[in-house]
Write a protein that binds this ligand. Structure first.
Ligand SMILES: CC(C)(COP(=O)(O)OP(=O)(O)OC[C@H]1O[C@@H](n2cnc3c(N)ncnc32)[C@H](O)[C@@H]1OP(=O)(O)O)[C@@H](O)C(=O)NCCC(=O)NCCS
Length: 171
């Protein structure tokens, strides 16, 4: 069953524990939950307004998507990571709703390029294509189709080169 009426909004100050819980529940380890907390403390890469949540009907947080600063050839871009839906809410559109919302916010903020390392079956629905089409590559070995890029602003040239992630990613 698809629920289409997820309420999506930017993360607020008191949401951090619930965001942590959603990430810890969605992924096999707490690494992604810890990544979010580490990024939140790095004011160079944490962009207020680009951590979004989807609320379940009872107001609890069902899904979370984060965009943080990265660079390609020294040009600012965004990394979409992590994206998580609490297991009990998966496959009902919460993940898609929160991803669409955070990407729309990024566009609104004038961001130009988003990169994601993830399921090649999932992200093309949001417009992502293999990053290699733009000559963008990750600083580690992954299957080509798993590293994807979304250009938000066609009017600017797209930087080419290796993605530089913030230190929190540990790559
Ligand atoms: C991936 C994830 C965020 C999707 O969130 P969701 O709320 O379940 O997604 P939606 O309901 O919006 O969309 C469901 C679609 O996602 C697809 N999907 C879910 N998990 C997937 C996976 N592991 N690989 C590929 N596709 C997946 C489903 O096939 C479904 O596609 P369909 O609509 O064509 O049937 C969620 O399953 C999750 O948190 N997974 C564990 C953590 C994770 O892997 N995060 C992503 C890292 S790249």
């Amino acid at each position: 069953m698809t629920e289409t009426n997820w309420r999506v909004r930017p993360e607020m100050r008191d949401d951090a524990p619930a965001v942590r819980a959603v990430n810890a529940a969605a992924f096999p380890t707490e690494a992604e939950a810890a990544l979010v907390d580490t990024l939140r403390k790095d004011s160079l890469v944490w962009l207020p307004g680009l951590s979004w949540v989807a609320e379940a009907p009872d107001g609890s947080i069902a899904a979370h998507a984060l965009l943080s600063r990265c660079w390609v050839d020294g040009v600012p871009a965004l990394a979409l990571a992590p994206v998580a839906t609490a297991p009990e809410h998966q496959r009902r559109g919460a993940g898609s709703a929160v991803v669409r919302a955070v990407l729309e916010a990024a566009r609104w903020y004038g961001e130009r390029l988003v990169l994601v390392l993830g399921h090649p079956e999932y992200y093309p629905r949001f417009g992502f294509v293999p990053a290699s089409r733009y000559g963008i590559r990750p600083p580690f070995e992954v299957p080509d189709e798993a590293m994807m890029a979304l250009v938000l602003d066609d009017s600017a040239s797209v930087p080419m080169g290796t993605i530089e992630y913030p230190p929190a990613f540990g790559v």
